[in-house]
Design a protein around this ligand. Structure first.
Ligand code: HGY
Ligand code: MN
Ligand code: MN
Length: 395
């Protein structure tokens, strides 16, 4: 099994590979379209009936002997910029390999089994996070002009997005890399995810006054970027002082007018805030808001905070967790339980079906970078456990 997993992962990684390392397959790009086509070929070769939904998510279906809702596995096909080889790709490749093996060894399933390559999860090109899973759950209520245009260029009609909604999925299970270093530290080869953290994405706009960099004395400045820098430090120290599992990240900063000899009149930065407990996440946000207010008033700046996106923490379904734990036991693997610090499609799909996730260790905890790796043994072991779980659910 290791060989086929590695081969398929290499093939996918090469699609969108960048000259300086890593890969980039943003939604509706040429690399994305090529990757979807490649996976479609694999699905067909495995005997699955393929369809593409209204947003470009690819489904591969093995009809069950019983009527009823589907058992689904898979992951997202898009990547972050300079992403690694496993985030998303592993769930698709492992899901396909597991289903293919089950069909070859056990024959037709009782429940319909599906593998899915979700079109987008990362939000790395448009303001789209969870585009595929939001379409599946009927939760896309607004389509920005740039996404609509990119959809049309791929032959997709933005007016038909609601047709992607599904109400015939019973269970979704996904194998993913941990993307952190907890499993490596504990020495466990596998985790059953208990919950996915809640996330808030905020955008802070700091407004000061643009002035001449040479003629304006320091005490007369209203430098928006210098104020933003103090706020950014406050964001980091608030999260540190709250302690684990609180995390806060400023990932994007923009200054205006972005000139070497002009004092910045405006600075805009983003904050990604996460915690497994919703009230703790909200408390973190509150402290950041009040610290930003203090910094702004001390420096004669204005500031505004806009909530871009907010996702509550989502528990995995207890019955699915139990199936995954049993699958690990049946496969002879001691699995831990852990909360996912990363977001996943399962947290969106949970609104419509039972969900569960398995994690395999990330070497050095690295992810969202070209160095993202997991040992071949762990990739195969995770796929075996996924296969056993799908067997328990669908046969
Ligand atoms: O941001 C996240 O947690 C996910 O990897 N997109
Ligand atoms: Mn990711
Ligand atoms: Mn992912």
């Amino acid at each position: 099994m290791t060989e086929i997993l590695e081969l398929r992962l290499d093939e996918l990684h090469a699609i969108g590979a960048l000259p300086d390392g890593g890969t980039y397959r943003p939604l509706y790009s040429d690399a994305w379209a090529e990757a979807v086509k490649r996976v479609e070929r694999w699905f067909k070769d495995a005997g699955l009936k393929t369809t593409r939904d209204a947003v470009g998510t690819l489904w591969g279906r093995a009809e069950g002997t019983d009527k009823g809702k589907s058992i689904v596995t898979g992951s997202h096909i898009d990547t972050v910029r300079r992403g690694g080889r496993l985030d998303g790709a592993l769930g698709i490749v492992a899901g396909l390999t597991a289903v293919e093996t089950l069909l070859a060894t056990k024959g037709k399933p009782r429940r319909t089994l599906e593998v899915v390559a979700i079109c987008e999860e990362e939000g790395s090109r448009f303001a789209t996070n969870f585009w595929g899973s939001r379409a599946i759950t009927g939760r896309i209520d607004k389509v920005d002009a740039d996404i609509a245009q990119a959809m049309r260029e791929r032959g997709l009609d933005p007016a038909k997005i609601s047709a992607a909604a599904r109400d015939d999925i019973d269970t979704f299970v996904e194998l993913h890399i941990e993307q952190g270093a907890l499993l490596e530290a504990s020495g466990a080869a596998l985790a059953v995810v208990s919950a996915i953290v809640g996330t808030a994405h905020l955008e802070v706009t700091v407004t000061g006054r643009p002035d001449h960099a040479g003629t304006t004395p320091m005490e007369l400045r209203r430098d928006a970027l210098a104020g933003a820098a103090v706020m950014i430090q406050a964001v980091e120290s608030v999260a540190r002082s709250l302690g684990k599992p609180a995390v806060a990240t400023v990932g994007r900063v923009r200054a205006e007018p972005d000139q070497i000899n002009v004092i910045p009149g405006r600075a805009v930065f983003t904050i990604d805030l996460r915690h497994s407990d919703l009230s703790a996440r909200k408390a973190l946000e509150q402290r950041i808001r009040s610290l930003c207010a203090t910094v702004a008033s001390e420096r004669g700046l204005q500031f505004a905070i806009r909530m871009l996106q907010e996702w509550p923490p989502v528990p995995m379904h207890p019955e699915v967790r139990a199936v995954l734990a049993r699958a690990a036991q049946d496969t002879g693997v001691a699995a831990e339980e852990m909360v996912s610090g990363a977001g996943h499609d399962a947290q969106i799909l949970a609104a419509r079906c039972r969900v569960g996730m398995l994690f395999v260790p990330s070497i050095g905890g690295r992810s969202h970078c070209p160095e993202e790796t997991t040992s071949p043994e762990h990739l195969a072991l995770g796929t075996h456990v996924l296969q056993r779980a799908l067997e328990l659910l669908a046969y």
